[in-house]
Write a protein that binds this ligand. Structure first.
Ligand SMILES: *Cc1c(COP(=O)(O)O)cnc(C)c1O
Length: 354
């Protein structure tokens, strides 16, 4: 436990927790009683506070509504069997938020403020962390420019907010993904490695086209030549090719995922050769044909591991080996869950206990 900063807490008069059906929690449908807020004014973070969750009031000229100067994070808290609330690697999210901040001209969020806010918020709303197997509390920290100014410039004022939302058990059947060879998620020199609003807005149209064609997700490839895999939807993507676990290096076009880092760490410990290198569409499609592609999966906080059943490329759907053969993805999913729910010893120091 860290020493936390002191700031005022205004509690709700009456908790809404009884309105929540804990057996049928749906992601993104309900929000916990409280949220943390801080304002950046005159070059400083001020007025740190926890208040009841509720609507914001802002100018129609709010710069972020027009120009998207906004960054976010996503992480989860889990309820251990003894009732403790465990957060998975939040320091990594704090560091990444600041990486995104730098790219988007947003002032730094001191780690002490981030961790204090998270700690006090989860202490207060600990009952909102569901305790059924597979469930969690999704945590959404975000920062946005708050100037009521419609000219284009870096905002002078910002708001930092953290709210939380109970999330149900996430089981994903293996997904069908389409190799995207027309649209681009991120280009060299762009904002692909920042968790910033515009990246997600720009990905919606290609995603909808993919869904209309019958795919669950896109497999993004590099801008221009579209020869190499980058990410899958909003997850990093890994391939087990002839016994070697391969994934694109975390570069300026790829989001440096916490799950990706955790998965690579475990795979290395288990003796798998790991290569962080460009993975070509050609070698993966050939690998499906000649049997060298054993597994492919997306990794991210939402699903942890999303196994891939089919890869669509140039109008052909290539079927991967069946789910029962996806030994590594299954082992990774189980091990990460065991760590996150505190069922095994945390040998990596990945768990932050509230
Ligand atoms: C958030 C995100 C990921 C996954 O990161 P995690 O830290 O593992 O949740 C991967 N790609 C994109 C584009 C993302 O936004």
């Amino acid at each position: 436990m860290i020493d936390t900063l002191q700031f005022p807490i205004t509690q709700v008069a009456k908790s809404r927790i009884k309105e929540l059906d804990m057996d049928n929690v749906q992601f993104g449908k309900s929000y916990s009683d409280h949220m943390f807020m801080a304002d950046y004014v005159d070059g400083q973070w001020k007025d740190l506070r926890i208040v009841p969750y509720g609507n914001l009031s802002m100018s129609p000229a709010n710069t972020t509504l027009h120009y998207g100067q906004s960054i976010f994070e996503g992480m989860k808290a889990y309820k251990a069997e003894n009732g403790d609330v465990l957060v998975f690697r939040p320091e990594k999210n704090a560091a990444r938020l600041n990486k995104s901040a730098e790219r988007m001209c947003i002032p730094e969020i001191p780690e002490e403020m981030f961790m204090s806010a998270l700690t006090e918020l989860l202490k207060l709303d600990r009952d909102w962390v569901p305790n059924k197997p597979g469930t969690s509390l999704y945590i959404r920290p975000f920062v946005f420019g708050n100037d009521p100014f419609v000219g284009i410039r870096s905002s002078l004022t910002y708001q930092f907010i953290i709210f939380t939302s109970p999330a149900g058990a996430y089981y994903s059947r293996p997904v069908k993904v389409k190799v995207e060879t027309k649209y681009t998620r991120a280009a060299p020199g762009g904002t692909g490695s920042a968790k910033t609003a515009g990246n997600y807005a720009a990905a919606l149209y290609p995603m909808v086209q993919g869904q209309k064609a019958g795919y669950d997700q896109l497999l993004w490839t590099n801008a221009g030549s579209h020869e190499y895999f980058e990410e899958s939807g909003t997850m990093n993507v890994l391939f087990l090719l002839d016994g070697v676990l391969c994934t694109a290096p975390a570069s300026e076009t790829i989001l440096d995922g916490v799950t990706r880092d955790s998965v690579l760490t475990l795979a290395r410990e288990w003796g798998y050769p790991v290569e962080e290198r460009k993975v070509s569409v050609k070698e993966v499609i050939e690998g499906v044909k000649n049997g060298k592609l054993q597994e492919a999966f997306g990794v991210g906080t939402a699903a942890t591991i999303a196994k891939i059943s089919h890869i669509g490329y140039e109008g052909v759907d290539y079927a991967l080996p069946g789910e029962e053969q996806m030994v590594l993805s299954q082992r990774l999913l189980k091990s990460l869950d065991d760590i996150k729910y505190g069922k095994v010893e945390d040998t990596h120091g990945w768990i932050y206990r509230i």
